[in-house]
Each structure stands twice: as C-alpha cells, then as structure tokens.
Design a protein around this ligand. Structure first.
Ligand code: GLN
Length: 202
C-alpha cells in the first residue's frame, strides 16, 4: 500500500483550518500546515488559502518561503490557490505591485465584484470537476482579466473567469473549502499523487 500523501496548507495567514479539514475529508491525504521551508519540504503539493494577499505576500517575501515555493513549483509541485491564493499565483495584479509568487500567466483584479456584492454565492459550472455545478462562495474575490495561452479556463461567473489551470497550478476565485463539496480538493489531491509518481522533467 502506498504511503498517505501529505498536502501542505500555507499557514501564514487566512482560512487555513477549512482547507486542512477539506484535505482530511477527502480521505486520500493528510494536511500539513506550512510555515517554513522544512515543512514545505515534507509536502507533495501546497494549498494557498484565502485571506489577505498583501499580508501573505509580504510574509512570503520576508521569510524566504516564497522563493522556496517558487523553486518547488518549477520542479513540478502542484499548487492550488483560492481567492487570495489566486492573487498570489498571478504574474500580474491590476494596479498593484504587491509581493507575489507570480507563477501563473494570469492577470487578476482584486476585490473585483464591487462593494455592493462584496460577498455572494452562485452556482458555477465547471465540467472538470463533474457535471453538477460547484457552489461558488465569493468573498471579496478576484477575477481573472487575462489568461495567457497556456492557461486553461475551467469556469466563469457571467463573463468573468473564476477558475483556471496551468500545468500543475490550479486557482479558484471562490472557496470550495467552505461548502462541504470536496470535488476540487479531491481533484487537487489526485494531481499531487500524479506528480509524486510521475518522473520529473524539465
Ligand atoms: N480581497 C482579498 C485580497 O485581495 C482576498 C479575499 C479572500 O481571500 N477571501 O487579498
């Protein structure tokens, strides 16, 4: 029997616990809260939770963990970013020079849905995760203004792109960890299992 896979949840700030719970409930992996390079070294994949992207970005820079995460990503470690995590993955953030990982060829706009609808829920069709729509929980969420040629759009809300994938990088503007629907986490865990068993190339 293969060893249980360990999935990291970046634990600098944000909704860390909800992601840990979701990872546990997939029944396929155990969560590890990642706050330093040693903890990062122990995981097969990493979830970047929602929270405040400016705060998390500054802490990633200050601790050197950002550079370590980028290096792991370049050698094939899967990363899943939700909300602030999506912002941190983006190469471009509209009107902001805030620190970021900058690993995905996307441009995002923060707090994109305006103050009136600051937080809302909507059904989001995302065939990659199954025929039934996901319940999208949006909390001061970003959206993707531009997705590069190598980026696959997995879901949109009205005209706005809210879920993307580029190689082993996955990002959603919404929060599946708050819904009890484990399909996105289960998908990510499978990606991590594949990354561990696949030979590293490039
Ligand atoms: N608005 C937050 C940011 O820009 C993200 C909100 C969230 O992660 N729920 O960092």
């Amino acid at each position: 029997m293969s060893e249980t896979i360990r999935i990291g949840v970046l634990g600098l700030q944000g909704d860390v616990e909800a992601h840990c719970d979701a990872v546990i409930r997939t029944g396929q992996a155990v969560p590890v809260v990642v706050r330093d390079r040693d903890e990062l070294a122990a995981v097969a994949g990493l979830i970047l939770p929602g929270g405040e992207s400016t705060t998390i970005g500054k802490l990633l820079d200050r601790t050197g963990l950002g550079a370590a995460i980028a290096a792991r990503a370049r050698s094939g470690m899967p990363i899943y970013g939700t909300c602030a995590g999506m912002i941190l993955l983006a190469t471009a953030i509209c009107g902001s020079q805030q620190p970021r990982l900058g690993l995905m060829d996307i441009e995002v706009e923060r707090n994109a849905f305006g103050r009136q609808v600051d937080s809302f829920e909507a059904d989001i069709a995302a065939p990659r995760f199954g025929a039934t729509p996901l319940r999208g929980v949006f909390i001061r969420a970003p959206y993707v203004r531009r997705a590069g040629a190598g980026v696959e759009v997995l879901a949109s809300y009205e005209t706005r792109i809210v879920a993307v994938e580029q190689g082993r990088l996955l990002a959603t503007a919404f929060h599946p960890e708050l819904t009890g629907d484990l399909r996105v986490h289960a998908y990510f865990v499978r990606q991590c299992m594949g990354a561990v068993s696949a030979p590293q190339i490039g």
